[in-house]
Structure formats: C-alpha cells, structure tokens
Design a protein around this ligand. Structure first.
Ligand SMILES: [Zn+2]
Length: 70
C-alpha cells in the first residue's frame, strides 16, 4: 500500500480520514472540528483542500474522456 501524507501538515499519515484518496491526519482533523471560520488556518485549510481535491476530480474526468475514445 502506498504511504499517504496529510495534505494539511505534510506529515506521514498513520490515522485520520481519507477524502478522494487524500489524507488528513487525526491531528489536523481535530483542529478542523474546533476551527474558527475567520482564522488563517481555516483559509489555509480551504486552499489545501481546493488544490488537492479539486485537481484530483478534474484529473479523474480527463481520464474518463480518454477511456471513452478507445
Ligand atoms: Zn496533518
């Protein structure tokens, strides 16, 4: 199995949650539970999610298009 890293803090993932194959460690997950909406960390987290998961979804669509041609 491939080793995953947390998309927020970049540490190796031992536990936590996986979204679209991207990991968030339990430490960052806990921070998210208690997050204040107008903090820097919230903005940073949103950027991480957008960069990592949005790109992944777009790439998945391209893959589907390529398969369709064959
Ligand atoms: Zn983390």
């Amino acid at each position: 199995m491939k080793k995953r890293i947390c998309i927020i803090c970049g540490k190796l993932l031992n536990d936590g949650i996986i979204i679209y194959g991207r990991g968030i460690c339990s430490c960052c997950e806990k921070r998210l539970m208690n997050i204040e909406m107008d903090t820097d960390f919230y903005d940073y987290y949103k950027q991480c999610i957008r960069r990592n998961i949005a790109e992944l979804v777009i790439r998945g669509e391209e893959l589907k298009c390529q398969n369709y041609r064959f």
